[in-house]
Design a protein around this ligand. Sequence first.
Ligand SMILES: Nc1ncnc2c1ncn2[C@@H]1O[C@H](COP(=O)(O)OP(=O)(O)OP(=O)(O)O)[C@@H](O)[C@H]1O
Length: 309
Amino acid sequence: MEEKPQVLQPINRLERLGRSNTSQKGGKFSINDFEIGRPLGKGKFGSVYLARTKEGHFHAAIKVLFKSQLISGGVEHQLEREIEIQSHLHHPNIIRLYTYFWDAKKIYLVLEYAPGGEMYKQLTIKEKFSEPIAAKYMYEIADALSYCHRKNVIHRDIKPENLLIGANGELKIGDFGWSVHAPSNKRQTMCGTMDYLPPEMVSGQAHSAAVDLWAIGVLCFEFLVGKPPFERQHQAETYAAIKEAKFTYPEYVKRGPRDLIGKLLQVDPKKRLSLDGVMNHSWILAMIETRQKAEKQQQLEKTASLRNH
Ligand SMILES: Nc1ncnc2c1ncn2[C@@H]1O[C@H](COP(=O)(O)OP(=O)(O)OP(=O)(O)O)[C@@H](O)[C@H]1O
């Protein structure tokens, strides 16, 4: 009997992509189970489309990757790890990977759809976030990473480009391409932006889950200022600044966030504030309370204006 696609089952058993490369078709579903909608974006190895299951009309984002491009880019193992890790993570601030399947040429990842789009785009439009919004995002990412670390998963590539926004405006970690199971003794060379690399990775030393603590310190700064703290004209200058955690705050950054960022951007990984410490930081708690009060007030005003009409 054919599987009904309305309830998407998470992956139970990861089939090696190496093997899938030789099989014509595989997985519980096929692309024929979906109606494909508008493109949501394009990555290095393929495109992402809005989609819904033909049965049950369940919305999802389908990432279509070309096997030939994955192979020529030498990233099959990275994808395999991304699938293996992401399929086991179930958290409100992490994009779910529901399932995947493949045909002769392509691999399809069926992902939770994030209607708010890219965090990076929002930050570009708004230039910088208000303190209550930045603090809410910081709480959410700390909560998601705390869940990952408990499962011995280190993300290693936290930056606005890898974050999406959910239906209720919540932060969602959307990309696990560089994540690993801890502990990782590997020296890693990474491509892309260097702005989020911690001192221990810049120096080519072994690293731990504390790399994610450094990255959310950089993220908090970028949320509030609109650019990362170690951005310099030349890469060598960025490296030098990272190694000494040397950066300055614009005047308008207040004491509360300075305290949090300073406690995360510690050169010694052992000295960095824990994720629990982030979630219980006085500035985060105060900002969340401010936001909740403002939302309550808005709700009251809305109810009152409805009553007056
Ligand atoms: N789950 C999703 N919900 C909504 N939009 C998404 C989702 N996943 C990806 N997108 C959109 O599709 C774009 C491409 O995603 P993809 O993960 O392929 O590439 P990327 O991570 O942005 O780039 P790269 O391939 O260079 O790492 C994203 O930038 C985003 O705009």
